[in-house]
Design a protein around this ligand. Structure first.
Ligand SMILES: [Zn+2]
Ligand SMILES: [Zn+2]
Length: 241
């Protein structure tokens, strides 16, 4: 199975784009700049069946209008797209569309699902979404005052991929590492802050969960990228598991 590291940076990074990974036809996070990154890799909306959104911060969400409107313009919307996110995120997304493209019309997006052929699946802690291809479990994380903030495990072909940005080192990050064959984790800084993990915590996790490959993403440019035991993918890198 191929995991495409679309973006590995964080806000403020000059050398890398906002964090996002694509697991075959499942995209996780769609922050600013991600649509053009995908297109530069010849990945288009027709290649994406599901989008997982961890939280509504701009570096994780705001390219969704670009993605969905482009999808409609190019008639790539024949198949229903699943948007998997936390409780209440649907409403925030509709507000975002009204802010950007409402043009003063009230309720322009009231039939959002029909207009874009999407279905929202809002998950709480430990809730599972399952279809014919894969199983996704949501985990509530801790990211300062931002709520909801979700991490995920994605189980496909008997492999489990974990994803936890942005978060402090809470119990559910350990749960994700314990279950996963490979985990993509928040390494915004070298040391932790009140809303992000630090690279030194990824080393602690690697020591505790030896069977889990740990990839540092959501990295600031100043974070080191050569530490034994941790992987530091670059934008566009493909990881095989
Ligand atoms: Zn955030
Ligand atoms: Zn972020």
């Amino acid at each position: 199975m191929k995991i495409n590291c679309i973006g590995t940076g964080t806000m403020g990074s000059i050398t890398r784009g906002n964090q996002s990974i694509l697991i075959e036809d499942t995209l996780i996070d769609i922050g600013s700049g991600i649509v053009k990154k995908l297109e530069s890799l010849q990945i288009y909306s027709k290649n994406v069946k599901r989008i997982l959104i961890t939280h509504v911060h701009a570096d994780h969400l705001v390219d969704l209008p670009n993605f969905l409107i482009g999808r409609n313009i190019r008639n790539e919307n024949k198949e229903c797209l699943k948007i998997i996110c936390g409780k209440g995120v649907r409403e925030t997304i509709i507000n975002l569309f009204e802010l950007c493209f409402g043009d003063g019309q009230k309720n322009k997006y009231k039939d959002f699902e029909k207009k874009f052929n999407v279905e929202f699946i809002e998950l709480k802690n430990n809730q599972v979404y399952k279809d014919e291809d894969l199983e996704i479990t949501a985990y509530e994380l801790e990211h300062g005052g931002c709520k909801p903030i979700l991490g995920f495990t994605i189980e496909k072909n008997k492999k489990i991929i974990g994803y936890a940005t942005d978060t402090t080192l809470c119990t559910n990050v350990k749960t994700i590492c314990q279950k996963s064959d490979i985990a993509f984790l928040d390494a915004t800084n070298t040391v932790p802050t009140k809303s992000h993990m630090g690279l030194n915590e990824l080393l602690e996790l690697k020591a505790e969960f030896r069977n889990c490959r740990i990839c540092a993403i959501h990295r600031s440019d100043y974070v080191h990228n050569h530490i034994e035991g941790i992987e530091f993918p670059e934008d566009g890198e493909i990881i095989e598991i």
